[in-house]
Design a protein around this ligand. Structure first.
Ligand code: SF4
Length: 419
């Protein structure tokens, strides 16, 4: 058993009887890990990804230690207004992925057993909150983007713990009218945040945060243009961390610094001859066969992940910060019909020139499972081989290591044979 497994097991065991004590233990572990990542980083990673590992560990520790300075959010809410008042976004999906990385997810999933229809990201969050391992922040911000689970989890947490909430509803239609509608909702959200935090959000501060998002998004596009032809060693955990820099931290100095460093690393990268995968939807980054095949392997690597790019390629360059943030939400890969999602995949494919796509069907995710057949057919008709891989990013009871290994290996071998 690894140290991480043993530590996570202990945190999970303690969480069942005393959530607060378990959180203190977990924080102690995070402090130690933060120190290790700062002074003894994984030398196989480039400088940018070393910084990223440390940054995300520091961020999660800060959120769990000072929940009164944070807000629980959906991953798809623009966080620039929160960052502008010095509050940290605490994304339900991001925190659950982190609990999975900490290996303490099982008792949290058990504690949310009465919500079996929700995907494991939401069940871990509900279970962790119920046990007290995860704190209850002072207010909630959520949206209908990506899935209906948000529309269950957030109102439930709000009612149970008497926490004020604000929802940004994004219309189905992708149009400038929808962008204007969402921009008005975001203006109301800012007023709500000001009321909750008793702090004013200065327009200049908000504009500066959105400008940082704009710069990070354009660096991300530069990264997509480079990643197809050069290789920089990496792992699937870094891919997961990038989902956080591209959502919860988008608009911060830290996220911008990461993308500057990443582009610089890729500009110095070595020419690449390995296989490139475009990963659609979430990555089961903690699952051993996925790590074994895709971590530091010059033979095959992930060049883009939908959960990372959906916010970054949808940026709308508008001098009005509200319209810019709204445009990002309305044009997300997860909005509108399946055709829009396919168009976004193809826009990324034009930059990264992947050899194949992996479409991950996360258990309980109606948003992706319902459209997976159509996406696969569309991509294959356009010449991009696509593997539909079903499983669960967090819940080991819905994972089959043997099947994942066999199917991923066979797909890679098929792509290699056709290269
Ligand atoms: S996996 Fe699907 S259901 Fe779960 S949070 Fe993500 S989009 Fe929603």
């Amino acid at each position: 058993m690894s140290v991480v497994d043993a530590f996570g097991g202990k945190v999970g065991e303690l969480a069942v009887t005393d959530g607060q004590k378990a959180r203190s233990l977990m924080l102690l572990g995070y402090v130690a890990q933060e120190f290790r990542l700062k002074w003894f980083p994984d030398k196989r990673l480039p400088k940018s990804k070393q910084y990223l590992s440390w940054l995300i560990m520091r961020y999660m520790r800060g959120v769990l230690r000072h929940p009164e300075q944070s807000a629980m959010t959906s991953l798809f809410i623009p966080c620039e207004p929160l960052l502008s008042v010095g509050y940290a976004p605490y994304s339900a999906e991001g925190v659950s992925a982190f609990m999975t990385g900490t290996r303490c997810q099982d008792p949290l999933l058990d504690a949310a057993d009465e919500d079996p229809g929700l995907c494991s990201y939401h069940r871990i969050f509900l279970g962790g909150t119920r046990l007290g391992l995860l704190p209850t922040p002072p207010f909630l911000l959520y949206t209908n983007v990506a899935c209906d689970a948000n529309m269950i989890t957030f109102p439930h947490v709000s009612r149970t713990y008497h926490i004020p909430r604000f929802c940004v509803e994004v219309p189905y239609e992708i149009s400038q009218d929808s962008v204007r509608y969402v921009a008005d909702e975001l203006r109301e959200m800012v007023t709500f945040i000001e009321d909750q935090t008793h702090r004013l959000i200065a327009q200049d501060t908000l504009r500066s945060a959105v400008n940082r998002s704009r710069e990070a998004c354009s660096l991300y596009l530069r990264y997509l243009d480079l990643v197809g032809s050069v290789n920089v060693p990496g792992d699937v955990t870094s891919q997961m961390y990038e989902i956080m820099t591209n959502h919860m931290l988008l608009g911060s100095e830290e996220s911008l610094r990461y993308w500057r460093m990443a582009v610089s690393d890729y500009e110095k990268g070595k020419p690449d001859h390995g296989l490139k995968l475009l990963w659609i939807h979430t990555i089961p980054f903690a699952q051993m066969p996925v790590r074994t095949l895709l971590n530091f392997n010059p033979r095959v690597r992930i060049v883009a992940c939908e959960m990372s790019y959906e916010s970054m390629i949808a940026f709308q360059d508008d001098p009005d910060p509200y319209l810019a943030m709204a445009g990002r939400m309305v044009r997300s890969s997860f909005c509108g019909g399946v055709e829009h999602r396919v168009d976004q995949i193809l826009a990324v494919q034009k930059r990264v020139h992947a050899d194949g796509a992996v479409l991950f069907g996360h258990w309980g995710c109606k948003a992706t499972l319902a459209s997976s057949g159509m996406i696969k057919d569309e991509l294959e008709a356009l010449g991009l081989p696509c593997l539909f891989l079903d499983g669960d990013g967090c819940d080991i009871h819905n994972q089959s290591d043997g099947q994942t290994e066999t199917r991923l290996q066979a797909f890679v071998e098929m792509l290699e044979a056709g290269k």
